[in-house]
Write a protein that binds this ligand. Structure first.
Ligand code: GLU
Length: 437
């Protein structure tokens, strides 16, 4: 049985059947360590390399006060984990979420390390966040929270050591406040400290839909590999944030997917005749959720995962496809726009039943790839067109997909393990060159 991290602050999620194994199965950092161990064994890496890759190189955990609109002060818990910077500055998003824990951030930071390696960009992996419910905060409270977070981490981040970006419940406006706070502290313009900025503040064309666009490109390549036609293919999308909503739009526009189901934290909807992206987007904008969308019937998030569709896109949070429901997942292709949606138990079940998984840190690497382009543009102070960004992103995603596909074929392993083999080998090689191991 896996051992909990020594200073774990994980709040183990409630499990319906209450088994301890189930609880451990759902700790994302233990999952990340298990996935790594499988790759390390096949690559025959030495113990020191494995130990370096099993843990974050540095992690920051802090509390900070925020003045609330009613005059009271609330204290929030914040995190920034620099998992590995052998290949370049730590890179990864900031999440504002009620369930944010140090172990979640560690797992997400580890996955960023493998993500930047699989698309072969000169960056390492990091992640951060604040335990909070952003939906309960006013705009000015959110601004003070964002600035307060940066005041705690300003000494440790920077264009050449650690570069945050948006993640779940953070967005370009939050990046703008954070950039402004960092530049106020540094007393100079340093747009490369953070990515996913508004375009007017040094953001990149094509960054907003980059995660979904990259995922759709890997889906296109997967369909070619499998000899499948995706025009009109039924699709279910779990999660309707940035990745899910743009996954719907670009999936329909670029591949002709027919999205029949979508969900968010409040529930899901299903219409066998297909859901229109623009109409659903407007509905969500107006009502705050996809639920009760006219003409669609209600489904739960759990039911959505088990629908009889060709493509399933988990685009929300970790550990939604587990040992308990994987056998009932019917999709032929699972394009993981979320980070860590599938547990190792589920991976084996899906593999055995012949489902084709495009693993998270490959499928959703488009976001960080365009973040890297954003940094390059910031460094040159020269900005590219959307067409240029799309072309460079496509080249990166197609190359990464085929490096994973080739590895999977050569080693006869499933795609996630193949992606680990590609990435871990790259990070380990650079640690060796540096003389760390
Ligand atoms: N949060 C995104 C991810 O998980 C983007 C990270 C970035 O752009 O640095 O990949």
């Amino acid at each position: 049985m896996a051992i909990l991290a020594p200073d774990s602050t994980t709040t183990i999620p409630f499990s319906s059947n209450g088994h301890q194994d189930t609880l451990l199965e759902l700790n994302p950092f233990l999952i990340a360590q298990r996935q790594l161990a499988e790759a390390v064994e096949i690559l025959e890496l030495d113990d020191a390399t494995h130990e370096m890759l099993r843990w974050p190189m540095r992690e920051f955990k802090f509390v900070f006060p925020v003045k609330m609109d009613d005059g009271s002060t609330r204290v929030f818990h914040g995190y920034r984990v620099q998992y590995n910077d052998a290949r370049g500055p730590a890179k990864g998003g900031l999440r504002f979420h009620v369930q944010e824990t140090l172990d979640t951030v560690r797992a997400l930071a580890a996955w960023m390390t493998w993500k930047t390696a699989v698309v072969d960009i000169p960056l390492g992996g990091g992640k951060g966040g604040v335990t909070c419910n952003p939906k309960e905060l006013s705009r000015s409270e959110l601004e003070r929270l964002s600035r307060g977070y940066i005041r705690r981490v300003a000494d440790f981040i920077g264009p050449h050591n650690d570069v945050p970006a948006p993640d779940v419940y953070t967005n370009p406006q939050i990046m703008a406040w954070m950039l402004d706070e960092y530049e106020a502290i540094s007393r100079q313009h340093l747009p490369g400290v953070i990515t996913g900025k508004p375009i007017a503040l040094g953001g990149s064309q094509g960054r907003a839909d980059a995660t979904a666009r990259g995922g759709i490109l890997t889906l296109r390549e997967a369909a070619r590999t499998l000899g499948m036609e995706l025009q009109g293919a039924t699709t279910a999308i779990q999660g309707y944030g940035n990745a899910g909503a743009f996954g719907h739009k670009l999936g329909a526009e670029l591949l002709g997917l027919k999205v029949v189901a979508a969900s968010d934290s409040r529930g899901g909807i299903y219409n066998p005749h297909g859901l229109d992206h623009d109409a659903l987007g407007q509905w969500k904008q107006r009502t705050g959720s996809v639920v009760h969308f006219p003409g669609a019937e209600a489904v739960s998030n759990e039911e959505l995962l088990e629908l009889d569709v060709t493509v399933l896109m988990p685009a929300a949070l970790e550990s939604v496809i587990t040992g308990h429901n994987a056998a009932r997942v019917q999709a032929k292709i699972i394009a993981e726009l979320a980070n860590g949606p599938t547990t190792p138990e589920a991976d084996h079940i899906l593999h055995d039943k012949g489902a084709y998984v495009i693993p998270d840190f490959l499928c959703n690497a488009g976001g960080v790839t365009v973040s890297y382009f954003e940094q390059v543009q910031n460094a040159y102070n020269l900005y590219w067109t959307a067409a240029e960004v799309h072309k460079l992103l496509e080249a990166k995603m197609v190359t990464a997909y085929h490096s994973v596909r080739e590895m999977a074929e050569r080693m006869t392993v499933h795609n996630r393990l193949a992606a680990y083999l590609v990435s871990v080998d790259r990070v380990a090689a650079v640690m060796k060159l540096r003389g760390w191991v």
